[in-house]
Ligand binder design. Structure first.
Ligand SMILES: [Fe+2]
Length: 347
């Protein structure tokens, strides 16, 4: 790292550390942000004097290409190994997970050291197989929450696997039901709910998979108040890995576009998670997730419900889902302007 005075900072340099507001502690810009003219202008006006910049990085491209290439190469290996396991499960073969351990470790390392996994996830082309793609996303999101919750790397690997295999039981249910475009009949829905039990059984008989990972599959649709399935168990009987997976499952499903539904803005989904967390989702996990995830969107261009397009420039710590947005030369503070909300993240 190197600490530069604000006068030495140039467009294209990359932040080595999050920049926090001295007054509120809210994160203004996250590490990994490539500075643009606007960022530097705002930092200067906020009275920030020194900035921690990545050393030996002179341009935006150097940093992004090196790091993205390494990440994408690992992601491809991770996806390939996972695909193999899913295909074996689909054909009724026993799961062999010994070959996935190494790449899961590497992905955990990537997530531990990077603050920007979400941006990278958004750059990856979606796979046509929704369950498969969703499993990869949930695995990485769950590992990220586990990191924020302070889990060790050994535990993060288990959380990553719990996310990866939470829906593996779906391979036992016919595609006609799984991907039925219309409403499911009651008996079809009862069968779909059983993916939790099918997954648990499959993972339980797999050598090298811990009981806690299998519980992630069994319990990720259980809810704090006992309103979930398959067993309707309550909070203290739900494993923490399953609680983490539940939050990521909802977030990823709602922010992803499907044939029959449009994706929703991550800010609306985060608000949905917060308002539904009481009694339904684990409140601590939900708030750690929503508080941290919003920070990734600083600098992103968004569309508001009034049609205006602007850039997120400040995340309020007390209400991270309602940031300050700059639209041309005016500021719209969503914390104050309650009628406005973020409809879409454009880039
Ligand atoms: Fe599920």
């Amino acid at each position: 790292m190197s600490l530069l005075s604000i006068d030495e900072v140039k467009v294209g340099m990359v932040l080595n550390k999050d920049i926090e507001s001295g007054k509120t502690g809210a994160i203004l810009l996250t590490s990994g942000t490539v500075l643009n003219k606007n960022n530097i202008f705002i930092l200067r006006n906020l009275g920030i004097k020194y900035i921690d910049i990545f050393e030996n990085i002179n341009s935006e491209n150097d940093y992004l290409i090196v790091n993205n290439d390494i990440f994408l190469e690992k992601y491809e290996r991770f996806a390939d190994r996972t695909r193999l396991i899913f295909n074996n499960a689909r054909f009724g073969k026993k799961l062999v997970v010994s070959e996935i351990g190494e790449i899961v470790n590497e992905m955990v390392e990537e997530i531990v050291k990077s603050n920007n996994i979400l941006a990278r996830l958004r750059q990856i082309e979606e796979d046509n197989d929704y369950t498969f793609q969703h499993s990869l996303d949930v695995s990485m999101l769950a590992t990220m929450i586990g990191k924020w919750l302070g889990y060790s790397k050994v535990e993060l690997k288990q959380i990553s696997l719990a996310g990866l295999f939470h829906d593996i039981g779906k391979v036992k249910i016919s595609d006609n039901i799984m991907y039925k475009p219309g409403r499911l009949t009651e008996s079809e829905f009862e069968l779909v709910k059983k993916h939790t039990i099918f997954g648990y059984n499959l993972l339980n008989e797999t050598i090298g998979i811990s009981k806690n990972v299998a519980l992630g599959a069994l319990q990720h649709h259980e809810r704090e108040d006992g309103s979930g399935y398959p067993l309707g168990v309550k909070s203290k009987n739900i494993h923490e890995y399953a609680k983490i997976v539940a939050v990521c499952d909802i977030f990823d499903a709602m922010t992803t576009e499907r044939v029959y539904k449009k994706k929703q803005s991550p800010f609306l989904v985060a608000e949905h998670i917060i308002s539904n967390s009481f009694g339904i989702l684990d409140a601590r996990i939900a708030s750690v997730f929503t508080n941290n995830i919003s920070n990734f969107y600083v600098g992103n261009v968004v569309k508001l419900n009034c049609g205006d397009i602007g850039e997120i420039i400040y995340i309020h710590k007390e209400m991270p889902t309602r940031p300050l947005v700059k639209v041309e030369d005016k500021f719209i503070d969503l914390l104050i302007e309650k009628d406005y909300y973020i409809l879409e993240v454009i880039n």
